[in-house]
Structures are given as structure tokens and as C-alpha cells.
Design a protein around this ligand. Structure first.
Ligand SMILES: [Zn+2]
Length: 189
């Protein structure tokens, strides 16, 4: 695999919100922007411009949606993902109704709710947009178990697997190399 590693790794258009949402936790141990209702409200306002009230129950929903999304994005980096994962995410996002807006040029989907749900609605419309634009499969989660950072794969063939070839790619390759060497050094039988 070649190391193209172009910068920046920021997703285009509305897909950037999905990327920011997944990266609102510095995986695995934080800091987590969605840790408290207050910090989550600040994060949502900074990311979307919407001033919303966030309850402890909302936090649970948001964090579950975020981590389900993180699991789903691993499929784009070549991991085998349980088919239940998109079904779970669909359930979580379906609390936010969308509405078609039609003109003679065509239709767009807009979020038809307020509050915390509007963030989830924006995530749905961003995924639809990215799918239609052929960009969805390029939003990926780094394959390093210790990283799992969401990044946009700008590489020519779209076959990137790590957020950074220099950091995570090299580290994972070194780990695989050590594991292989240990395996061959084990006494036979
Ligand atoms: Zn990484």
C-alpha cells in the first residue's frame, strides 16, 4: 500500500458534521464533548448554530448514536461490520423526521424537528447527501483499535485504512510485524 496521506482529512460539505460528531470523543478515554448536558449543548451550538436544551436522557441517545456511527464507519475502512449496526443506527436516527422540499429543479430533504433531534436529523440528511455524491464510503474510522478517529479518505483510489499513515499506519504495521515474528519464533508442535 502506498502512503499518499494527503491533508487535510476533513470531510466535505455537510459530511463534516458527521465527522465532527464521531470525533466529539477523543477515543477511547476522552475528553468527551458530549459528557454532560452543558458541554453537549455547547458542542451542538458550535457545530450547528442551534441553541438546544440537552437532558441526561439525550446524552445517552447521542452517545449511543455516535458510537453506533463509529462502528458503522469501520465498514468503509474494510472491517467486517455486523449487519445489525446500520439497523440500530437507523432506529436511533428515525426520531428526527425529515421533510422533502420541492422545486421545479428537484427535491431536497430538510430536518423537520427541533432540539437535540435536529442534530440527528442533520446527520441523516448529510448521509443522504454524501451517498448521492458518492462520498459516503470515504468517511472512515481509523483501523487502529486505539485510535478509531473519523477521517475523510482523500486518496486517489480511496483505499486508506488509517487516519494517518505516519502515526497509526506505521504503528499497526510494526505491531503486525512483531506478531508475525513471534509466531515464527514459537517452537513447532
Ligand atoms: Zn488513527
Amino acid at each position: 500500500m502506498t502512503d499518499t496521506d494527503p491533508e487535510p482529512k476533513t470531510a466535505p460539505g455537510p459530511l463534516e458534521l458527521v465527522q465532527r460528531f464521531v470525533n466529539s470523543l477523543d477515543y477511547p478515554h476522552g475528553p468527551d464533548e458530549l459528557a454532560t448536558p452543558e458541554s453537549a449543548a455547547r458542542w451542538i451550538e458550535a457545530a450547528t448554530g442551534d441553541a438546544v436544551e440537552v437532558s441526561p436522557r439525550d446524552i445517552k441517545r447521542l452517545v449511543t448514536a455516535r458510537e453506533t456511527l463509529r462502528d458503522l464507519l469501520e465498514a468503509h475502512a474494510g472491517e467486517a461490520v455486523d449487519p445489525e449496526v446500520p439497523v440500530r443506527l437507523q432506529k436511533l436516527l428515525s426520531c428526527a423526521p425529515l421533510r422533502p422540499v420541492l422545486t421545479t429543479d428537484g427535491a431536497t430533504l430538510v430536518v423537520d424537528c427541533g432540539g437535540v433531534d435536529s442534530l440527528l436529523g442533520r446527520i441523516s440528511t448529510a448521509i443522504v447527501w454524501a451517498t448521492l455524491e458518492g462520498k459516503w464510503s470515504r468517511l472512515k474510522v481509523c483501523r487502529s483499535d486505539r485510535c478509531r478517529f473519523a477521517y475523510y479518505d482523500h486518496s486517489k483510489n480511496g483505499s486508506g485504512q488509517w487516519c494517518s499513515m505516519r502515526v497509526c499506519g506505521t504503528r499497526e504495521k510494526a505491531r503486525a510485524y512483531r506478531a508475525r515474528r513471534r509466531a515464527t519464533e514459537l517452537p513447532a508442535g
